[in-house]
Structures are given as C-alpha cells and as structure tokens.
Design a protein around this ligand. Structure first.
Ligand SMILES: Cc1ncc(COP(=O)(O)O)c(C=O)c1O
Length: 501
C-alpha cells in the first residue's frame, strides 16, 4: 500500500523531459514492477505538487494521462487509485520502454507525447489533431464507378501482380499531370508507390545507409521522423524562417557533417504551412548542386492552394536532375487507396525500384487502374476545385475564431493553402503538452507542436488541422481551446502566488 508521504520521485529538473512525463514514467514503472499495487491510493495532486515542489498542473496532467491509459482510476471525493486487480501491466503496456522496441535513435523525439495524443479519440472531442483530409471529401461514388469499370474492362488482369514500376497508363498520366505543374519528365522516370509515405521511405532506403544523415526543416513531417527511426538513419533539423529552411545554417551543417540527402516540403510545409518563395527555391537548388547532395521534395500539399500565386515545385526548376519529387493522390483524392508516385532521373531510379520490389513487389493494380480512370475522367480536377473552395471557407472560419478565442499573446499563421494552422501559445502560460489533457477534458484536441521537432523544442507550439471540421465545429473547438487555456492559466497564477511554480 502506498504511503503518500513516501512517494519519493527522483526528478530531473534541468533535463529536456517535461516534469509531468517524468511523473508518468515513474508511476507507471512502480505499477508495472509491483511496487504500487491495485487499490493503492495516490497523494492528492495538490499534496504531491507541494511535496515535490512542482506545478500542480504537472501532477494533474500526469494523473489524467495515467487514468486514460488505464493505470489509475479516480473516485469522486475519495481520491486517485491504482486500478486493476493486480500489478500486471494494463492493456496499453506498449507505453513501457521494454517490450523489445528498438532503442530510440538520438535526435528523434520521444514517443510518449504522440501516445498521449491518442486521447483525442475520446467521443465528443472536436479533434484538430490528425494529418488527414476529412472523410466527407472522399469521392466514394466515383471510386465505385471506376472500380467497376476497371473490373468490367480488365477482369482478372487487374488483379495480378502489376509491373513493379507501376501500371503503364498511370505512369503516363502522372507524367501529363505533373507537366501542368511545370515538371518535364518521361513516363519511365515515374515510379508508382504505396502513397507518398512509401515514396519517401524508398528514397531513404535506397540512398542512405544506417547511421547516415538526412537534413530537413525543423519542425518537419512526423512521418519522416518515423522513417528515420525505423531505417536507423539520423535526421537533423535546420531552423526555418518565414521563407522556409535557412540556407546559411544548412550550408554550415553540410560543410561540417556531409549529409546524404536534403528532405524538404517547399509548399505548405507540414506542420507550419510555410511556402518557400521562388528565390529561396533557386538558392536551395544551387546549394544542393554545389555540394552534390540530392533533394527529396515532398509535394503532397502542393495543389491545395486556395489563395495567392502558385510557386513551381523544385523539380520544375531542376536542370541537373538533383531533385527527387514525391507526391500522391492521397490527400487530394483518396488516402486509403494508397497511390503515390515519385519522379527521379536515372541516377537513382533503378536502385529505388529494386527497393520497391523488395518491399511489396508492386502497388495494387486494381487501385492504380481505378485512380488512372479517375484522373482521365476529370474526377481529380473536380475534387481539387471543390475541396480547395471548402478549405478556404474553413480557413476563414478558423482565422476569425482564433481572433475571438485564442489567448492574448498567442500567434498563428494565416495559411494560403494546405491543411494546417501553426500556433504559438503565450510563453508565460502552460505549454502545449501541459494544456493537452485539460483541452481534451473540455472536448478539443490538437497536435502537440514539439513532436514535429527533431530536437524537442517548440514547447508552446501546436498544429491545428483546419480541414477536418466544419466551420461551426471550428468555432466551438476554438472556444473550448481558449477556455481550457484560461482555466489552466488561472491555475498557473494561483500556484504561482503560492510559490509553487
Ligand atoms: C508532408 C507529408 N508527406 C507525406 C505524407 C504521407 O501521405 P500519403 O498518404 O500520400 O502517404 C503526409 C501525410 O500526412 C504528409 O503530411
């Protein structure tokens, strides 16, 4: 049985790991090791905060997350208890660092914040946290028609192994499609992939060996952080300014560290929605050519522009073939059908195709053929037009709700395209991670900004996917977010007065 006064938690007050995460880790370990048994009562949050000389919010958030994970339960008026019959780990035991998971690669962020973001799946929560387009955007009927037409036309030929480079007519259609964006290529430079994600992964596998370095924007796409971790390559983030990746810092890094690849999202970067202007694109290409380092361009949001003038993709400006261009018909059309592509010159193409073949032999032929028909029949063009119109409506709703409800001292971008609003909370209040549990309890969720950084900074940043909710829900969600912040900020002030911060 736990003696409240003896819950002696060793805390690293100078380290990078937030205090509340240290609490979660410690209490979980105590439960999993049997030191804290089912039914043990934990100290009240106020008492534990006082005893450890930390913010009460840290304790409240730690208890809330442990409750959500099934380790603890709360009984009104009686306190917080270790749940379950025994000390065996609850079903969410993947939170433990054991379990045979590969050790973390230095420089890649901790998983626990991302696990915490699963709380967003609670019913009734207005969630802005995911990276997906809303399901009501999906052209379900057009897909059904396309699938039926393919099966009627091709029969079993649509169901065998497809050519490893992709279905020929789709490769040609991709060539034509990207030529409208200014990219000149042949169909035999196009490789059809399982979504953009696989295109990125194949390039990393084909071009880098274990331990080598890919440089990227900081913050960057979470999926690339995952790939780097899985493929055991190092990911190094370079700071951004309003024009994208900073080239002075990049060049210094290149000189000192000889990275093998530069990975960037020049248009509507995830998570910041930043767009790299033309002059910076040209400078980046010059730099890559000077040092002979290939660029992997992720253009998955390129066509999601609802305002302002389009800037050509890097690949459209590339005269030497140094750019590998990756994108897909996922965000724009159907994420679950998993059709992406990459465009590469001969230098890397064959090697990438071999990795693709080893990964999955080929991308499903039925899906490729259906997407091909949808491209040819103009469904993609219609979808894009309709979706960008609706995205603009949602962006406007988000901007006006942000002005109304976000706390004074917070900042956010007004995106011209893409799906994200990138927000900065006032420094004097709770961090995005500290706010998270209260926000979810009040019925709103977002992506905690620090998960997108390669070096765990961005504590007061959050990413809001403005595409997933309709304007009325955006208004209500932002109202809840503002209320959660105010409630927590009040607690901060109270605790501050009590000398506990
Ligand atoms: C920047 C970026 N690249 C790639 C992907 C993966 O997209 P796909 O569904 O095409 O694999 C995503 C998805 O969120 C993304 O945000």
């Amino acid at each position: 049985m736990l003696n409240q006064t003896n819950l002696n938690i060793p805390l690293d007050r100078e380290g990078e790991e937030p205090i509340y995460r240290q609490l979660i880790r410690f209490i979980r370990m105590q439960i999993e090791s049997g030191n804290l048994t089912a039914g043990a009562r934990l100290p009240a949050s106020r008492d534990l905060a006082r005893q450890l000389n930390i913010s009460r919010i840290s304790v409240v958030n730690a208890y809330a997350e442990l409750r959500a994970q099934g380790y603890l339960s709360a009984h009104a008026g009686r306190g917080t208890f270790v749940s379950g019959e025994t000390s065996t780990p609850p079903p969410t035991s993947q939170h433990s660092n054991g379990g045979g998971l590969a050790p973390e690669i230095p420089g890649t962020p901790d998983r626990s914040l991302r696990e915490m973001m699963r709380l967003a799946q609670k019913p009734g929560v207005i969630s802005f946290s995911r990276g997906a387009a809303p399901t009501e955007f999906f052209p379900v009927h057009s897909l059904r028609d396309a699938m039926n037409a393919v099966l009627d036309r091709d029969g079993s030929a649509a169901l065998g192994y497809e050519a490893r480079e992709g279905y020929g007519p789709l490769r040609a259609a991709v060539r034509d499609y990207v030529s409208a964006l200014g990219i000149q290529c042949n169909a035999d430079q196009v490789l059809v992939t399982g979504g953009t994600q696989q295109a990125l992964d194949l390039v990393i596998q084909a071009l880098l060996s274990e331990g080598e370095v890919v440089v990227t924007e900081n913050p960057t796409y979470l999926g690339m952080i995952d790939i780097a971790r899985a493929r055991r390559v190092q990911l190094h983030g370079i700071s951004m300014d309003e024009d994208g990746i900073r080239l002075d810092e990049l060049e210094n890094y290149i000189i000192d560290n000889n990275p093998r690849l530069i990975y960037v999202m020049p248009t509507f970067q995830n998570p910041t929605a930043a767009v790299m202007p033309l002059h910076r694109r040209r400078q980046l290409l010059n730099l890559a050519n000077d040092y002979n380092i290939p660029i992997l361009e992720d253009a998955v949001y390129h066509e999601f522009r609802f305002e302002g003038e389009a800037v050509p993709p890097l690949k459209a400006l590339d005269e030497s073939g140094i750019v590998i261009h990756a994108s897909g018909f996922t965000k724009m059309l159907l994420p679950g059908i998993r059709i992406g592509y990459l465009i590469s010159d001969n230098r890397h193409y064959e090697r990438i195709v071999r990795v693709k073949y080893a990964a999955d032999i080929s991308t499903p032929g039925l899906n490729q053929r259906a997407i091909h028909l949808m491209l040819e029949s103009g469904v993609l063009a219609q979808q894009l037009e309709r979706n960008t119109r609706e995205l603009l409506r949602r962006r406007d709703a988000a901007v006006s709700a942000a002005r109304k409800y976000f706390p004074p001292g917070s900042h956010w971008n007004v995106p011209e395209g893409g799906m994200y609003m990138w927000m900065n909370l006032p420094k004097h209040g709770p961090s995005a991670a500290e706010l998270y549990v209260t926000a979810v309890q009040m019925g709103v969720a977002y992506a905690i900004g620090s998960v997108f950084y390669t070096n765990s900074c961005g504590s007061h940043r959050l990413r809001i996917n403005i595409s997933t909710q309709k304007p009325a829900e955006i208004e209500e969600g932002f109202r809840r977010l503002g209320r959660a912040w105010r409630e927590l900020a009040c607690d901060y002030a109270d605790i501050d007065k009590a000398g506990l911060l």
